[in-house]
Design a protein around this ligand. Structure first.
Ligand code: ADP
Ligand code: MG
Length: 691
């Protein structure tokens, strides 16, 4: 039988098929989806707390105030973008309301002298406080329902209004009150934390009856998201570990020794420590699950090589999965070098592997004669089966989802050891969520003899001088990357120099007679690989590219990177990009170009000039941009959280983890939890509960 919350929202009054389409764009299809569409947490309108203009804080927080409209004007920005400014006043001062995009037409609706209720974020302006991201309501309109106290503000698409959303949610809540809203967390947990019922919580997250009720609603719903996420992940893991035995390897033997001898250098202290952790794990029968964090260029590949050699010398197989074909190819070359005279056999499997060759590789794999397989996502295909896989290494930059990693781990009769290598320092709680119970080895610092990349930051008026420097590098036999923030000039991303435009411009001017490549994400993988290979081979002198080159490619002859619109990138991302140069023995440079003259921006970019430490930069990024921006769960194949924040809600996360472990261990509670998860009727979570 269909439950009321599974009905399409067209069952609600005032929602026809046209409007339903607009809702669908917000991923709201059923009445249940609507109830799960929580308001923006920082944006409730609280009619009991109106500010005056003088009281408006200019810290970027959302606030609400009432004021009189004086005049409205339309203006055009330097970049040709139209916007409107309404000047308003109250008894304490003046403010300017900025309306961009389609919103600017609203300005014409308000006659001078009319009163407005305004929510938005204020910044100090030249003459008066400047308010943007606004929501405007005329005070005299009937629909201004002040009796309700606190009103939600939802993220919208163009054709929907706050009133549409609020009206629909009110109806849905009415149904919930009439027919009941099933529970989503076990009763005992609800009692333990003193949480309100689901009905009370959902109702108060949409239309808070008081600040207290809102707080306890939020507390419960944050917990609920994290608890169900943890339960889903643990179920997933149970499913993957399904009692297969782990593999216990012997102490390091001749093959590992030989690989160490083959290295043209000795391990750094950090590498030795990491290797001790990893080889210790591999000698334990419990499957290893370890995260190896090390800055770009810190030498993680060697560690992977040692682990793969250790698996091989014990008669087992290992594989290493890279996010792109070109990286897999580089790993193959490096590993082949390291494995010289060890008898370890190694092959590569990507989507470009020819059918006959692929057949042969699969056969050797299944027979157990192939020791090491390097590859891309192509390793995940079902017919890739190992005879005795004991080690799975993923070399990733947040490119593999939970389910992909699981697919690889399930390719053997044993529970293999898992080593995840990453250049991004990941906060502990996020690592626990994304990777489960994971141990961490961190390699700080760099191998000796590395010259730090010199980083310079210039504004756009220096661009031609920078390009002249680029040509000098090329004439000296070096290669250059020019990195751009977007592919096409689009209205939304105004002021951004697109990769197509920059390429066309350079080809006409500075690089007229110099072979260059153009690389971006819209190209086919084979095209990308071809261009990358031509650059790696030195045939192309300059590569104009988007961030697709972010992932660890190694072209030691590249000594200059120019980043256009550098202000559009996070510090950690710029650092990753910068890691593409400075890979040889020549002094390398990274030039950050920006047209954003604001002091904050320049100060932020200067941090890169002063620091070469990826961990420190990631920390700064976190402080500057917040966790949400940096660590979306979706890129890990997990549901995005609506209310919880993995970094901010650490305590709740850890409590929820503990509870999830306990609940899964008790059959009754487990049943109740599964029923609750089904009752959440939220498609975001379907992926982790149904796999
Ligand atoms: P990443 O951690 O970014 O994957 P790589 O493994 O590609 O880094 O190593 C970067 C470079 O440093 C490689 O050229 C590698 O040969 C070199 N390297 C690694 N370990 C050492 C070491 N202990 N001493 C000197 N050079 C090293
Ligand atoms: Mg690497």
């Amino acid at each position: 039988m269909e439950n009321w919350w599974q009905k399409p929202i067209t069952a609600l009054k005032g929602i026809g098929s046209k409007r339903a389409e607009a809702f669908a764009r917000l991923e709201i299809v059923t009445i249940g989806d609507l109830l799960n569409y929580y308001p923006r947490l920082d944006s409730y309108i609280d009619y009991s707390h109106l500010s005056t203009i003088r009281e408006l804080k200019t810290d970027g927080s959302r606030q609400i105030f009432e004021a009189e409209a004086l005049r409205a004007v339309e203006r055009v920005s330097g970049g040709g973008r139209r916007y409107a400014v309404i000047t308003v006043k109250d008894e304490t001062g003046y403010a300017e309301i900025f309306l961009f995009g389609a919103q600017r037409f609203q300005a014409r609706r308000f006659k001078p002298g009319s009163r407005l209720l305004i929510t938005g974020r204020a910044k100090p302006g030249r003459t008066a406080k400047a308010v943007s991201e606004v929501l405007l309501q005329p005070c005299d309109e009937d629909n201004l329902d002040r009796s309700v106290g606190i009103l939600p503000v939802y993220n919208l698409t163009e054709s929907l209004t706050q009133q549409n959303l609020r009206g629909a949610v009110r109806q849905a809540l009415q149904l919930a009150k009439e027919y009941g809203l099933p529970e989503t967390v076990p009763d005992s947990i609800r009692r333990q934390y003193g949480f309100p019922s689901r009905l009370e919580a959902v109702s108060n997250i949409h239309f808070p009856e008081s600040t207290e009720r809102f707080r306890s609603a939020k507390r419960r719903l944050v917990y609920e998201e994290l608890f169900l996420l943890q339960c889903g992940l643990m179920l997933n893991r149970e499913h993957n570990h399904d009692g297969r035995p782990g593999v216990k390897l012997a102490r390091d033997g001749k093959t590992v020794q030989k690989v160490l001898q083959n290295l043209p250098f000795t391990l750094t202290g950090a590498q030795q420590k990491a290797w001790a952790d990893i080889s210790g794990d591999m000698e334990d029968v419990k499957p290893m699950h370890r995260l190896l964090q090390g800055d770009v260029g810190s030498g993680k590949t060697v560690i992977a090589a040692l682990a793969l050699a250790k698996a091989a010398e014990n008669g087992f197989q290992g594989c290493i999965m890279a996010p792109t074909g070109i990286l897999a190819q580089q790993h193959l070359e490096t590993l082949t070098e390291f494995f010289k005279d060890t008898g370890i056999s190694i092959e590569i499997l990507t989507s470009n592997t020819k059918a006959a060759e692929r057949r042969e590789i699969l056969q050797e794999l299944a027979e157990g004669t192939l020791n090491v397989l390097v590859g891309t996502h192509a390793l995940l295909q079902e017919d890739v089966v190992f005879a005795h896989l004991a080690l799975v290494v993923t070399d990733e930059q947040h490119r593999f989802g939970v389910n992909q990693r699981a697919a690889l781990v399930n390719k053997s009769d044993y529970a293999p050891d898992v080593l995840i290598m990453t250049a991004t320092p990941i906060p502990r709680t996020l690592a626990l969520t994304v990777y489960g119970d994971v141990e961490t080895s961190v390699m700080r610092g760099m191998p000796p003899g590395r010259k730090a990349v010199e980083t310079l930051c210039y504004t756009g008026d220096m661009r031609q001088k920078v390009y002249a420097g680029m040509v000098r590098q090329i004439e000296a036999g070096r290669q250059v990357y020019v990195v751009c923030a977007s592919i096409e000039e689009s209205e939304a991303m105004e002021g951004i120099r697109s990769v197509n435009d920059v390429y066309a411009e350079l080809k006409k001017t500075w690089l007229k007679n110099i072979p260059c490549g153009l690389l971006h994400g819209k190209l086919k993988p084979a095209e990308k690989d071809e261009i990358m290979e031509a650059f790696a081979a030195g045939e192309l002198k300059c590569l104009v590219t988007t961030t697709v080159i972010e992932v660890g490619v190694n072209v030691p002859n590249a000594t200059l990177m120019i980043v256009e619109n550098a202000d559009r990138f996070g510090l950690a991302q710029l650092h990753q990009l910068r890691g593409r140069v400075g890979r040889g023995d020549k002094q390398s440079y990274c030039v950050l170009l920006t047209d954003n003259q604001e002091q904050d921006n320049l100060a932020r970019l200067t941090v890169l000039h002063n620091s070469n430490d990826g961990f420190e930069l990631a920390q700064r990024d976190l402080e500057l941009r917040g966790a949400g921006q940096l660590f979306g769960l979706r890129q890990h194949g997990l549901p995005d959280l609506r209310l919880a924040d993995i970094l901010r809600d650490t305590d709740v996360l850890l409590a929820a983890r503990k509870d999830a472990t306990r609940v899964l261990a008790q059959p009754e509670l487990r049943k109740e939890m599964l029923k609750g998860a089904a009752n959440l009727f939220d498609s975001r979570f379907a992926g982790i509960f149904n796999s």
